[in-house]
Write a protein that binds this ligand. Structure first.
Ligand SMILES: NC(=O)c1ccc[n+]([C@@H]2O[C@H](COP(=O)([O-])OP(=O)(O)OC[C@H]3O[C@@H](n4cnc5c(N)ncnc54)[C@H](OP(=O)(O)O)[C@@H]3O)[C@@H](O)[C@H]2O)c1
Length: 345
């Protein structure tokens, strides 16, 4: 049987901020399954900052998204029909086949982000809801985990500074920092986010970087200097941290979201001399280098949530037609936590 469904396509490459009109939702009909194939109904998809770079033809570390063709991105769905013995009807599967309501998979092994978009991993965990696989257990969460657990050299009592603290990576990094006994200082783009950081994430200090001087706020909140920076946001934030870094300490760069809507060029930062004078380590990193600890990551995240020590706020956009709006919303800074698109129950 063929399957009528809908896909969101990119129809133009944005200049500056992405707009919902850069996308179009199109009706398509999927062919009948061949032997070895699986039909999936997507339930949830993720929108992520890196996708803005996939919209540009000059993306350097990613294949640019094609125009007028299916896109890729993290999603979780259910098998509705299987002609592959590895998958049963009803299995919950994670894939990189977002931006579409149904898709056909060849059932190859899924490696997040690096995989061709028709590969699958079955997910079975009684403590996890389907949306967790694109939220609390998704790639942004694994990025926070890799930074704070696998790469960080900070010890209890040390001061960690996390930018975009009310975003997905930032909010989880702040909470892991508190679980590790760090003194966590975080910045975010609104007073409401600052309140969430103080009252829910339990950080030691938070400030609104739009209404405060970065230099002054960091000096005020880091009286013993900084031992670890987890940078998500901007060169400006990273540079403001450098003069406060203690000797031999660490800057981990998960990303620089502020550069994604421009040409992505980054100038050598102000205060770079402190990198030399204080013998700092600056490291940019990717979550997929922590896939070997994926099972430990899932177990820890779910345990911390059960214990009430980990939470991820979600902003849910309903339906594929609102997926472009969901992606654009990331760059307006209006979401606290993870932006998700709900496609089906
Ligand atoms: N290395 C990896 O493997 C990997 C994997 C996933 C994500 N990342 C990176 O991690 C970072 C955070 O991602 P995420 O998934 O946590 O994103 P997210 O949940 O969508 O949060 C993004 C936040 O960035 C802030 N922001 C948006 N535009 C900005 C701008 N122009 N200047 C400064 N801040 C801006 C906003 O918060 P405010 O209102 O507080 O500004 C927004 O809520 C990004 O740089 C992303 O590329 C890296």
């Amino acid at each position: 049987m063929t399957t009528p469904t809908r896909q969101a396509h990119l129809v133009r490459r944005p200049d500056g901020c992405a707009k919902p009109t850069d996308f179009r939702v199109v009706d398509v009909v999927l062919p009948e399954l061949a032997d070895g194939q699986v039909l999936i109904r997507n339930l949830w998809m993720s929108v992520d900052p890196y996708m803005r770079r996939s919209m540009s033809p000059e993306a350097t570390d990613l294949e640019p998204w094609p125009l007028d063709a299916p896109l890729d991105g993290p999603s979780v769905g259910r098998v509705v029909e299987s002609r592959n013995p590895k998958f049963l009807s009803g299995d919950l599967v994670e894939s990189m086949s977002g931006w579409q309501e149904h898709f056909i998979s060849s059932g190859g092994d899924f490696i997040p982000y690096l995989s061709p978009s028709d590969t699958l991993a079955v997910r079975r965990n009684e403590d996890a809801q389907p949306k967790d696989y694109v939220g609390l257990l998704g790639v942004a969460a694994l990025t926070a985990y890799r930074g704070m657990v696998a790469l960080s050299r900070a010890k209890a009592g040390d001061t960690a500074v996390v930018s975009s603290g009310a975003g997905t990576v930032g909010s989880i990094a702040c909470q892991i920092g508190k679980i590790q006994g760090l003194r966590v200082v975080s910045s975010a783009g609104s007073d409401e986010k600052v309140r969430w950081l103080e009252e829910v994430a339990g950080v030691d200090a938070a400030f609104n970087y739009r209404t405060n001087s970065l230099d002054e706020a960091l000096r005020k909140h880091c009286p013993k200097g900084i031992d670890l920076v987890l940078e998500n946001a901007s060169v400006e934030h990273l540079c403001a941290c450098l003069p406060l870094m203690n000797e031999l300490k660490q800057v981990l760069i998960a990303g620089l979201v502020s550069t994604y809507s421009t040409d992505g060029k980054v100038q050598l930062p102000r205060n770079f001399e402190y990198v030399l004078d204080r013998f700092l380590t600056i490291q940019s990193y990717r979550f997929m280098d922590s896939l070997d600890v994926y099972d430990q990551f899932v177990a820890n995240m779910l345990q911390w949530r059960r214990e009430g020590r980990m939470t991820l706020p979600e902003v849910v956009f309903e339906g594929l037609e609102n997926a472009p709006e969901a992606l654009c919303s990331i760059f307006s800074g209006r979401n606290t936590g993870k932006a998700l698109v709900h496609l089906a129950d």
